[in-house]
Ligand binder design. Structure first.
Ligand SMILES: Cc1cc2nc3c(=O)[nH]c(=O)nc-3n(C[C@H](O)[C@H](O)[C@H](O)COP(=O)(O)OP(=O)(O)OC[C@H]3O[C@@H](n4cnc5c(N)ncnc54)[C@H](O)[C@@H]3O)c2cc1C
Length: 386
């Protein structure tokens, strides 16, 4: 399950690679890759394997990995960006395959117990059977939405779409009340990181990543961090020493502008306006709000200790990201999406947002930098190199 701690931007994730040279460059033309996230590293690897050695990677930050980035809380590694890997489907997720190869420690996220773990706003748990009924209704809603999405998609060339909330309205089962809303958040907002009134039904259901790679999600809990997956790829073609990339073609802190989960840790997810609000307020206020919720949930007269440390990733306020990951909003047409993927002169774009099949995920970023982008063969440059 992919979760956002920050708001989503759809189109403006800054990840692209710039090509200098003629439209059909001989191998001696130089290539500049901007950004060393998963897609930039994959784009460089793809060029390298196609025989283009004359490229540089300019990364504005002091590290590679982009939104795959670990942080530290009291000496424990925590993931600030991507957390989950996916498995159990008919295809293999490249990110998960690498994680297995490097023996990245992961924990299976068992959501089977959820019906015994939903708290009331005022404290105390909902009864299991009550939650199970809410899940049944949510399943039926999702099934209706998936079928409707297939009907909309079968209309060739049509732009007909509806929001996920719109489909819930048609099904006459709009989530109401705290329990239904919590369950709906788990089914939808938690994944898309935007509310159902915004997310496109047609371009969300069925979730292709889960269909292909499976719904079993594994939480990365390794002191080396999820970013080791990106490092593993980079180390295959960039010279390195003691796990440090020494290849002069990777230039960190460069840009073209003017200027383990330990024990006793609680992971809180906020999305949409809540995440923007929290990014902008003081940590003290956020801590007070969290304490208020925890006291209601677990208080029952007991003393709830204050957290020793808090770590709040701020992807939305970071000018290099301006959000956590992309989501397809209702009303955004396929035509506009294709425009977004198109090269601009000799500038070619990669990044998770340019991969419609696995939009928003690490695997989407991975494929966007390869020849093998499952549905988005948008790279004339790479096409030429094959
Ligand atoms: C909180 C959060 C949770 C997530 N959870 C999951 C998950 O569980 N599973 C999953 O698969 N995905 C998850 N994702 C999404 C995943 O992290 C991204 O889809 C993926 O890492 C994007 O890779 P990218 O290469 O497209 O972009 P990025 O990782 O954003 O890379 C872009 C790079 O370009 C650099 N850059 C930007 N501007 C410039 C400039 N002007 N000059 C030079 N360099 C520049 C940036 O510093 C960055 O390194 C999550 C993301 C977030 C933020």
């Amino acid at each position: 399950m992919k979760v956002s701690c920050s708001v989503v931007v759809f189109a403006l994730v800054f990840h692209f690679f710039l090509v200098t040279g003629s439209r059909s460059p001989p191998p001696s033309d130089s290539v500049i890759i901007i950004g060393a996230g998963m897609s930039g590293i994959m784009a460089a690897k793809t060029l390298e394997e196609a025989g283009y050695k004359d490229y540089i990677i300019l990364e504005a930050d002091s590290r590679i990995g982009g939104r795959v980035h670990k942080g530290q809380v009291d000496g424990n590694t925590v993931e600030m960006g991507a957390n989950w890997l996916f498995s159990g489907g008919p295809k293999s997720s490249p990110a998960h395959e690498i994680a297995k190869k490097i023996k990245l420690r992961t924990l299976y996220s068992d959501y089977g117990n959820l019906s015994s773990n939903i708290y009331k706003q005022g404290g105390g748990l909902y009864e299991k059977h009550v939650v199970e009924s809410a899940f049944k209704v949510a399943d039926a809603r999702q099934e209706f939405g998936t079928n409707l999405s297939k009907i909309l998609s079968s209309k060739k060339g049509g732009d007909d779409d509806i929001s996920i909330l719109g489909s819930q309205r048609l099904f006459k089962q709009v989530p109401k009340g705290p329990l239904d809303l919590a369950v709906d958040y788990f089914y939808n907002d938690f994944e898309e990181a935007e509310p159902t009134r915004i997310s496109s039904l047609k371009n969300t259901f069925p979730r292709q990543l889960m269909e292909d790679f499976g719904e079993d999600s594994y939480f990365v809990a390794d002191p080396r961090g999820f970013e080791t997956v990106v490092h593993y790829i980079a180390n295959q073609f960039l010279s390195h020493n003691n796990n440090k990339i020494t290849d002069p073609r990777l230039q960190l802190k460069k840009h073209l502008e003017n200027e383990l989960p330990g024990e006793n840790m609680i992971f809180v997810t906020v999305t949409d306006e809540e995440s923007r609000r929290i990014e902008q307020q003081s940590e003290k206020k956020t801590k007070a709000e969290i304490m208020q919720v925890l006291k209601k949930m677990f208080g029952n007269g007991k003393q709830i200790p204050e957290p020793d440390t808090m770590l709040i990733p701020k992807w939305w306020s970071n000018r290099l990201y301006k959000g956590s990951y992309s989501n397809w909003p209702n009303g955004y047409t396929l035509h506009s999406y294709h425009d977004l993927q198109q090269p601009f002169g000799r500038i070619y774009f990669a990044g998770e947002h340019t991969n419609s099949t696995y939009l928003g995920y690490v695997d989407g970023a991975y494929f966007s930098g390869t020849f093998r982008s499952p549905s988005d063969s948008l790279y004339p440059l790479l096409g030429r190199a094959t």
